[in-house]
Design a protein around this ligand. Structure first.
Ligand code: NAD
Length: 416
């Protein structure tokens, strides 16, 4: 039987497995297995050439028991309703796993911003907010950037929302530019949070990070920053990195800053001097200490999991590993830092950004990262503790913590 790669089915299967381990009845699973609200919108707008184009967009508000819902907006040609629902579920478990008082949501538009002008990008961003303003808000649902969206797009969205409600509301959106109330450290927070987890996982395995070999799939915001942080903080050796156009490899190490500059100039890491070109598939199977999937979903599956040869998988991407692959990695003894723990640094600093926005007083980067370190380190050890207690893999460990917290709040509210 071929493996089911539908993201929402995968998130439901994970939830089902976690409910079973905890011993929840099927009623609890049923109460948690779909979003509270799912909205599909249509945006028709005039493009620069004068022709009309119609886009499909989504917002999935998965669970609001623990606080305002929170989740990024992804713009991608392969965006889908199923993926947005899955990502909104993972946001719910992520916020609960690291214990920040937020629920989970996610949004997206099927589009390719790489083929759009700045003017078209601004129009699309404003249109998305106009369609959804009634169901967003600092105390309702708070978007942020995700794949192919950035602080500038968040700035257009903030301005549109504030124009509609006719007042300042900086905490309606996070990942904003600093000048508009963004938080120090937000742009690198996902990577920084992942690096704290990798530091703790290395301690667990007695792995010296000095000169440890690291492979990064996806050299965007999360991937490029984690490569730079791991090199600059721990002197890790980054032996391979990739993006949607392919990968590059050098067994003696790639300078992650040069790779980022090369990508800035040429829009890809491919072609960096002193590196050999490899495919994304080959990159995942390289012998290394730490493998970091930081691109898209379903890259470690039943098909290639036997060939994965790293000691630690640090999932900065959402949903990179399928449930079948999880089982096999567990049997192989690979230490997986699961996505909604490993990449929770982004939403945690987004939460700090909301807090700073509420009282208009801003923290230094040092304060932000000290607070982030405390949150991530605590969540890492709680996850390990639960997976050991239930003799399961770390993804289930993280689910157990998250689920118990969400279920507890729903019970206190009398929802279940
Ligand atoms: P991004 O748009 O900045 O970068 C994505 C990178 O992946 C790009 O370099 C792109 O070329 C590359 N890519 C796309 N398709 C690929 C493929 N098939 N093979 C290899 N590389 C490919 O996005 P990002 O914000 O860095 O997000 C990356 C992942 O991290 C996503 O799964 C996202 O949901 C997750 N994440 C990001 C944040 C954040 O704060 N940015 C927070 C939590 C989770």
């Amino acid at each position: 039987m071929s493996e089911n790669l539908d993201p929402f089915s995968i998130s439901q299967k994970q939830l089902y497995d976690a409910c079973k381990i905890i011993g929840y009845e099927s009623q609890i699973y049923n109460a948690l297995s779909t979003p509270e609200r799912f909205i599909e919108i249509k945006i028709t707008m005039k493009m620069d050439d004068g022709l009309l184009k119609t886009f499909r967009g989504f917002r999935s508000q998965y669970n609001s028991a623990r606080g305002p819902m929170k989740g990024g907006i992804r713009w991608h040609p392969e965006e889908s309703a199923s993926l947005v629902k899955a990502l909104s579920a993972w946001m719910t478990w992520k916020c609960a796993c690291v214990d920040i008082p937020l629920g989970g949501a996610k949004g997206g538009i099927i589009c390719n911003p790489k083929e759009m002008s700045n003017n078209e990008i601004e129009k699309l961003a404003r249109n998305y907010i106009r369609k959804l303003a009634d169901v967003l808000g600092p105390n309702v649902d708070v978007p942020a950037p995700d794949v192919y969206t950035n602080p500038q797009i968040m700035a257009y969205m903030l301005d549109e929302y504030e124009t509609i409600v006719r007042k300042h509301a900086p905490s309606v959106i996070t990942g904003k530019p600093l000048a508009l109330g963004g938080s120090a450290g937000r742009s690198i927070a996902t990577a920084q949070g992942g690096a704290y987890c990798i530091r703790e996982a290395a301690k667990d395995l007695d792995l010296n990070l000095n000169d440890a070999s690291v492979v990064v799939q996806g050299y965007g915001n999360a991937g490029s920053w984690v490569a730079k942080i791991l090199k600059d903080t721990f002197n890790c050796k980054i032996i391979a990195v990739s993006d949607s156009r392919g990968g590059i490899y050098n067994e003696n190490g790639i300078n992650p800053h040069e790779a980022a500059l090369h990508k800035e100039k040429t829009r890809t890491v491919v072609g960096l001097d002193g590196t050999k070109e490899i495919t994304n598939e080959e990159l995942l199977e390289l012998d290394c200490d730490v493998l970091i999937p930081a691109a898209l979903e379903n890259v470690i599956t039943r098909k290639n999991v036997e060939n994965i040869r790293c000691k630690i998988i640090a999932e900065l991407a959402n949903g990179p590993t399928t449930p079948d692959a999880d089982q096999i990695l567990f049997q192989k003894g690979t230490l997986v830092i699961p996505d909604f723990l490993c990449n929770a640094g982004g939403v945690t600093v987004s939460y700090f950004e909301m807090v700073q926005g509420y009282y208009r007083y801003f923290w230094t980067e040092k304060e932000v990262f000290e607070a982030l370190d405390r949150v991530m380190t605590r969540a890492y050890y709680s996850t390990i503790e639960q997976s050991q207690k239930f003799d399961t893999h770390n993804r289930m460990g993280a689910y157990i913590i998250a689920l118990e917290r969400v279920v507890n709040t729903m019970q206190l509210r009398g929802w279940i």
